[in-house]
Write a protein that binds this ligand. Structure first.
Ligand code: NAG
Length: 143
């Protein structure tokens, strides 16, 4: 376990989805999180990849899913493309490059707008932080 901060961030995301706090994410909790928190009305994700017939996804299950996902392997350039196209905040591209923000760092941005990474990057606008956090949660959890 050499990515302690990443694991902590995934734990925080897990706690947001696990509405009944029983330590496992059920499919109904994922659906609710997608529609209410991420405001995905389109039902494009019928079953998030981390479930794969598992109706009690623990923090460790979610972590295992995350480290095997494509987004985990994203290079800085791929993250910057995502920032341009999906978050629509290209003004931070240079900062992301300067601080080598690759896929592995996205859970930290997703976990809370109070994550020290935002301070390190110098992003102060709360609306922008919220937008990045929301989009990062979406891409980390649902690809
Ligand atoms: C991520 O990169 C590692 C190391 O190069 C590789 O073994 C793994 O298959 C990659 N994962 C995905 C989903 O592409």
């Amino acid at each position: 376990q050499n990515d302690k901060l990443g694991f902590e961030a995934i734990s925080i995301l897990h706690s947001y989805i696990d509405a009944n706090k029983d330590g496992g994410v059920e499919q109904s909790e994922s659906q609710e999180f997608l529609q209410e928190d991420l405001q995905r009305a389109d039902q494009s994700v019928s079953q998030p990849g981390y479930h794969s017939n598992d109706n009690h996804v623990t923090v460790h299950d979610l972590w295992d899913y995350w480290v095997q996902s494509e987004v985990y392997n994203w290079t800085v350039d791929e993250v910057v493309d995502w920032l341009d196209v999906h978050v629509d905040l290209h003004q931070y591209s240079q900062l992301f490059k300067l601080h080598d923000v690759n896929g592995k760092l996205l859970p930290r941005l997703a976990s809370t707008i109070h994550n020290p990474l935002y301070t390190m990057l110098g992003i102060r606008n709360i609306i922008h932080k919220q937008k990045i956090a929301l989009k990062a949660a979406d891409i980390v959890l649902f690809g």
